[in-house]
Ligand binder design. Structure first.
Ligand code: BGC
Length: 774
């Protein structure tokens, strides 16, 4: 790379003589592009290579530090006034290095709640505000584009990156992602919505081929991206690593041009995921404008392809233009003087408060929560209570200054935790972590958590005598490169024993047991949920996690989150579990995707045979029992739904319902609107589908609010592959107002007229799938 830079420098020096060299922002883009050498175009397309990994940007003849720890930079061309701009992860906050060589200042960022928690708030305004705070850190630390949000569908509980993603439902994923994008971009920085598309497993993520029918794609895996593109205009889209129906997404013109740009009207730039795809000519032609982080090999291949006539330079110019359009909007281009001092204190308050609103109260027998006023002494069990998990690993991690554990959070809230128990856990954790750190091969791989510490009956007995209540935290972590294992979904023997023993002993002493789930994805709950008095799914709640949980436990905040996915009874119950890599070895080669193979099922290829029946669309259509349904979540208060009504006006259906707080505490309620389409003999229809949702403001006891939800007739369409159209069948549709997918409060009917919208006939399967049918 160095040698090349030198020769480009020479060439550039020759070209740059004279005052008439067009400058970005001053001359027209076409003039700037016309002044670029082929080599300069090649470099702009591929970025600055691995240097970008440490935030270094290659500049002609030197290397300049931009934002260390950022994932990548674009290639600067100073003679044309084109600066390097900085691309940095990620979904839970800005990921950069917290310290720098020879610099005593620190560059910590706020670790906000994980994507799944944000989606569990079902609150678009709240997510937009979190996005605003994240975007402010992007701006003030000198980055330009945040590599987030990540909105792939939770197809299966075991996907290792579900924590970064939002939901099993595309409307939730799309609306939440759009809110996040609006918030981040309100700072004048960009986003990159990812991973487009169908990156639903981590196992062999760079070599696996997702076999998905066009209908399933359009209705499930692409819908959230469509909503986000249309409702928030993200600056960039990141293509995914995987193949989709035989073609790498980054090489797929139907996906990146016909669908994304022509059908949806996307006007921004597309970049690869890091080292994604293989054939640069196909990538350029597909409309994958930029290759990140960029390698010498890619650069050489592009330049050579133009020289050989295998790649039309006009295509390169088109892609270069899109990159320049993006650069023109950036703080770096505009010369923004960033402070390196975002208001971390204010953002800590944002994450602490927003996290409480995405926590889901799964069980609360006899009002075990909030903890009664006379509860002072807490018996705190579970390693994770003392070593709270802020978020997942890999590019979704954030280098934060601290993580508030549940222990710290409880202490801050005035509770007392037994010193002896604390000492035992801390000692155990220190030795286990030391041991496990030695087994970790790469920094970016998911952490291995210590097994639960064994407790003697005597220890539990002593605690039950002393404490007012028992809290048990169950923890899980995961990250990119690996899917979770079945053993991670199920409770371990040690966890089961701890739960049983603590519940038995505390209940015998007339004391309650509360379980806190500090998890990034779905776990098994059906076999043990009867034992504790209350279960709070706190997710991975960011750096203030322990404080946020304590706010909820103490009743300072009322939980108002609801599940954006189903908790099945057993892992096998999910329809996708029949075609998911379970306990397979991962491919961790991040720089070189292997040759396309097709032999090992669920590793080299995955058949999405469940089709549209993902999550509640499956469980509800097939009448399967679940542990906790989609959209479910309790509150410290209760709500009554009254006066449901529907109005149709020019293809817009407006549903209203009065929600009244009938309990004794203040609270917010998430209201969901599902639609059940009339039967169609020729087409599978899910029993119901979510079409809109809203959250009330905080309602005081006795207070009511009217919730309004709107659905457009076009939103009622299913995708018909035979005619490659979105088709709304004529008939009477049921509009179901629900507190969850299994708690429908009112059903309204409306007659809907037939409508059809033709699309391109694209993204077809190469071989037919044996699709699940009702
Ligand atoms: C991840 C992306 C991330 C990129 C840059 C990849 O491994 O899949 O989500 O943005 O790295 O860090």
């Amino acid at each position: 790379m160095k040698k090349q830079l030198f020769s480009i420098a020479l060439g550039a020096a020759l070209v740059s003589c004279g005052p008439s060299v067009p400058q970005l922002g001053k001359a027209s883009l076409d003039d700037v592009i016309a002044a670029m050498t082929l080599e300069e175009k090649g470099h702009l397309i591929v970025g600055t290579g691995m240097a970008g990994f440490s935030g270094d940007s290659a500049v002609i003849g030197e290397t300049r530090k931009l934002v260390p720890g950022a994932a990548g930079t674009t290639y600067p061309i100073e003679r044309l006034g084109i600066p390097a701009v900085v691309l940095a992860d990620g979904p839970a906050g800005l990921r950069i290095n917290p310290t720098r060589d020879g610099d005593s200042a620190t560059y910590y960022c706020t670790h906000f709640p994980i994507g799944t928690l944000l989606a569990s708030t079902w609150d678009q305004e709240l997510v937009e505000n979190v996005g605003k705070a994240i975007g402010n850190e992007v701006l003030e630390y000198g980055a330009d584009v945040l590599l987030a949000p990540a909105l792939n569908i939770h197809r299966n509980p075991l996907c290792g990156r579900n924590f970064e993603y939002y939901s099993e439902d595309p409307v939730v994923a799309g609306k939440i992602a759009a809110a996040y994008v609006r918030g981040v971009q309100s700072n004048g920085v960009g986003t990159s919505i990812k991973h487009f598309a169908a990156n639903n497993q981590e196992t062999n993520r760079m070599g696996t081929d997702a076999h998905i029918s066009p209908r399933t794609l359009r209705e499930i895996y692409l819908k959230g991206f469509e909503i986000t593109v249309k409702e928030s205009a993200p600056w960039t889209v990141m293509s995914s690593y995987n193949y989709l129906n035989g073609i790498y997404t980054s090489e797929n013109k139907e996906l990146l041009t016909t669908l994304l740009r022509d059908e949806w009207g996307f006007g921004g730039m597309v970049m690869t995921d890091w080292f994604g795809g293989k054939n640069v000519v196909a990538q350029m032609e597909a409309g994958n404008d930029m290759l990140q982080p960029g390698t010498d090999k890619q650069y050489e291949a592009i330049v050579q392809a133009v020289k050989d006539g295998r790649l039309d330079e006009a295509i390169l110019d088109r892609n270069v233009k899109r990159i320049l359009e993006m650069i023109l909007q950036t703080p770096h281009f505009k010369g923004y003087k960033f402070s390196n001092k975002p208001d971390l204190k204010a953002h800590a308050a944002v994450t602490r408060q927003s996290a409480t609103e995405g926590m889901v109260l799964l069980k609360n027998d006899n009002s075990a929560l909030p903890l009664a006023a006379d509860v002072k002494n807490v018996a705190l069990f579970g390693c994770t209570s003392y070593d709270f998990i802020a978020g997942g690993t890999g590019s979704g991690n954030v280098n934060r200054a601290y993580t508030v554990s549940l222990l710290d959070g409880l202490n801050n809230a005035g509770y007392t935790v037994d010193d002896a128990l604390k000492a035992a856990y801390e000692q155990y954790l220190a030795s286990e972590k030391d041991r496990l750190a030695k087994t970790k091969k790469e920094w970016f791989m998911p952490d291995v958590r210590p097994a639960e510490m064994a407790l003697t009956p005597q220890t539990i007995q002593e605690q039950a005598a002393k404490a007012d209540v028992a809290l048990i935290t169950l923890g899980r972590t995961s990250g990119e490169f690996l899917d979770r294992k079945l053993s991670d979904f199920n409770l371990s023997r040690e966890e089961t024993e701890m739960l049983q023993a603590v519940c038995k002993t505390f209940h015998a002493a007339g004391k309650k047991v509360v379980v806190v789930l500090n998890i990034g994805g779905v776990i098994e709950t059906a076999s043990w949920k009867a034992q504790p008095d209350a279960i709070l799914c706190a997710w991975q709640a960011g750096q203030e996690g322990g404080n946020s949980v304590a706010d909820v436990l103490s009743g300072k905040a009322s939980p108002s989150g609801k599940l954006p996915m189903t908790f099945p009874v057993k892992f096998d119950d999910a329809a996708s579990s029949a075609n998911f890599p379970i306990d397979m070895t991962a491919n961790i080669d991040i720089t070189n995707a292997g040759d396309k193979k097709s032999d090992v099922k669920n590793v080299d290829y995955t058949d999405y045979e469940e089709g549209i029946y993902v999550g509640y669309r499956y469980f509800d259509s097939f009448g399967k029992a679940v542990s906790y349904p989609f959209g479910y979540g309790l509150s410290y208060t209760t709500f009554e739904y009254a006066n449901p009504a529907i109005k149709a006006d020019n293809g817009i259906y407006t549903v209203t319902v009065d929600v009244k707080n009938t309990g004794k505490a203040a609270g917010k309620e998430v209201v969901q609107l599902y639609v059940s389409a009339p039967g169609n003999a020729a087409m599978e229809k899910p029993e119901k589908e979510l079409k809109a949702f809203a959250k009330t403001r905080e309602l005081q006891p006795g207070e009511a609010a009217t919730v309004t939800l709107t659905v457009k007739a076009a939103d009622l369409a299913s995708y018909d592959e035979a005619s490659s159209s979105w088709v709304v069948d004529a008939g009477n549709y049921k509009f179901l107002i629900g507190a969850s997918s299994r708690d429908i409060k009112a059903a309204l009917g409306a007659d809907v007229a037939a409508a059809t919208q033709k699309t391109n006939d694209i993204l077809k399967l190469q071989t037919p799938l044996n699709l699940l049918k009702k």
